[in-house]
Design a binder for this molecule. Sequence first.
Ligand code: ADP
Ligand code: MG
Length: 697
Amino acid sequence: MRPEVLFPLFRPVNTLKGIGPRLATFIEKLAGPHVVDLLFHLPTGTIHREDAPELHSGLITRQIVTPVTVLKHFPSKSRRIPYRISCEVGVQSLSLVYFNGREDYLKRTLPEGEDRIISGKLEEFSGKYQITHPDHVVRPNEVDQIKRYEPVYPLTAGVTGKVLQKAIAQSLEVKTDLTEWINKDLIARENWPTWSSALTLAHSPQSDKEIEPEFSVRQRLAYDELLANQVALELVRRSMRRRRGRKFDKSGALVDRIENALPYKLTHAQQNAIAEIYGDMESDGRMLRLLQGDVGSGKTAVALMSLAKAIQSGAQGALMAPTEILARQHYEGLKGFVETAGLRIELLTGRLKGKKREALLQDLAAGDIHILVGTHALFQDDVIYHDLGIAVIDEQHRFGVHQRLALSAKGRPDKGGVDVLVMTATPIPRTLALTAYGDMDVSIIAEKPPGRKPIVTRAIDAERLDDIANSLSRKLQDGERIYWVCPLVEESEVMDLAAAEERFEYLNRLYPGQVGLVHGKMKGDDKDAAMMAFKNGETKILVATTVIEVGVDVPEATVMIIEHAERFGLAQLHQLRGRVGRGGLEGSCLLIYLGPLGETQKSRLKIMRETEDGFRIAEEDLRLRGSGEFLGTRQSGLPTFRLADLAHHSKLLHIARDDAKHFLDQDPDLQTDRGAAIRTLLYLFERDSAIRYLQSG
Ligand code: ADP
Ligand code: MG
C-alpha cells in the first residue's frame, strides 16, 4: 500500500485549481497524470530579466525590466499597422508595440502621463528602441511582482507557460517534507538540500547554471531517482539469488569433447565468460546472466559451451532466438559439432506442424533431445521438457521479461529450475547496463576472434551516389554481396518504404535480376525468403530499410552502404556495419550523407570512421545524445529517467548502486527508519512493484 504521506502527491492533476478535464489531458501527456509528475517536470531554461533604469544599445535583444513614463497612444488605423504607445525612459524614448491591441484595455493599463514598470525584450526598429507586447506592466509600487528569473518549461500544444507555472506552483504547495531516505553522510558531504526544498529550488532557478545537471539541487533529485532504481533492482536480484538453483557437475567429459570439436581455439574473452557462467552453474543459486558481446565476438560458442555443461549433468538445454531465420541459423551452425559429440539437436519454430511436431515433442518429453533450438515456440504450453536445465536467449531486448520467465518456468522445480543466459549484441555503456540489468550479472566479450580484417569506413557525399552505384559491378564480379540500407525518413514506415522501393528499382536497372528488397512491412515469410535469397546468392545486392536481421550471417557480404547515414544513431550504424566482413574477406562501409551536417552528425560519422569498438561507440553515443535518447527508441527496453541524466549523473549512479547494496545488507526487509523512508521513495518513483520481492514477502 502506498504510504499515506504520498496521497496528496498522487492525486490526479485535475484536482488542482484551474485545471479542468481538457487541460488535465494535455498536462497528463506532457508531465504525467499525478500532482507529483508536475513536481518532476523540471524547467529546461530560465528567462533572466535585467533591471534597466536606462536604455543602451548593449541591452538590445535582452529581457529587461524598465521604468517608463507613458507619453502618447497611437491607436492603429488599419489591421496591418500595430498600436503604438510612445514612452520615455529617462532621456531615451521607447515605443511599445501591440498587434491587434485593444484601445480601451491599453488606455487603462498604460494611461498617458503616468509612470509604469514594464518588462519585455528590448528591440531596435528603424533606429529606435521598442518593446513588442511587454509581458508585464505594473505600477511602480508593484515592481516586485515581476520575477527577475522565470523558469522555462518544456511545453506542448494546449498548455501555455503561464498555466503550467500556476499548476506547478500549486503542486509545490501540496508537497511536504518527507523522511530523508538518503544516507546521512552523503547528504552532509554533498551539502544537499532536503527533498522538499530541492524541488522548490529546482523550480525557481536563479541563473542558467541552476538548471544544469551539475547543480547540486539537480544532483540531489537525480540521486533520489537513481537510488529508487538501484534499490528496486537489488531487491529483485536478491530474491532471485534466494531461489535455490541447480548445481551442475564441476567436471565431465562432454565439455571437453565439445571444446575439442570446435574448429578454433576459444579466445581469452570467451574463456573468461565461460568461466563466469560455469561459476554460476556450479553454485546452488539460480543463474541470471547477461552476455554482452559485439556482433561477431563469438557468443554462439559460449552458448554452446554453456549448453554442454548442463547436458553433461543429464539436463536438457534450450536456445531461443527472436526470429525463425536466426533460430535456423543457430541450428545449422551448431548441428555439426553437437552431433559429432554424440548429441541430438532439433529445431522447433512456429512452422513445424502436425505429425512432425508431435513426434518432436514426444522425443523432447522423453529426454531424447539434448538441445532444442527455436523461437518463441519453445515455451508454448504444450512444449514439455524432460528436464530443462538451461535456457540461452539470444538478442535479449526483443524479449520481454515475462517471456524470459515463461521459459525458465519450463524447468523442474524439484531439480532447481532453469539457469538463464541472455545474450545481446548491443553494447550498452556500463552505466546504462547498471540501470537496465542491475538484476542480472553481466559478462562481456570485449575481444574479437583473431584474423578479422578491419572494415574500411568512409563517409561520402550524396552527390556521388551514382558513382557508388556504378562502381559496384566490380565487387559483384568477384562474387561479393552488398547491403544497401535506405534512409530512415522521419520514423514513417510508409516513407521508408517508398525510398527503399525507389532505390531498389534504380539498382535493378543497373544490375537486372541481381537485386533484392526487404522491408518492415513485408510478411515474416516473405522477409525470410528475401533474406535467404541474398544469403544463397540468388540476389547479390539487398536493398533494405533498417529491418536487416541483426545476427543474420552472410559471410560473402562485404559492402554495407548506408544512405542518409546522418539520420542514423551511432548504435544503429554500428550494428549495420557489423553485418559485413564476417567471412574473412575485407569489408567496407560507405556512409552516404546529405549535407550540410550539424555538429553532432559530423561527430557521429567521425567516430564511425575512427573505431569499430562497440563499447567505445556506445559510450560516445551516450555522450552525444544524452541518456534520454540513447538507442533512440523506447523498444530498447532501457529504463527512462525523468530527473537523472546518465550522460551527466553516472557517478551518482555508482554511488546509488553501492549504497543500495550496502543498505540492503543491513536492512534487507526495509524495517529500520531509513528502510521505511526508502519504501516511500520506491512508491514515489513508482518502483513499488519491487517491494513484493522483499524476503518477508
Ligand atoms: P556473435 O553471435 O557474437 O555475433 P558468432 O558466435 O556468430 O558471433 O561468431 C562469429 C564468427 O566468429 C563465427 O563465424 C564463428 O565461427 C567465429 N568464431 C567464434 N569464436 C572464434 C574463435 N575463438 N576463433 C576464431 N573464430 C571464432
Ligand atoms: Mg549471434
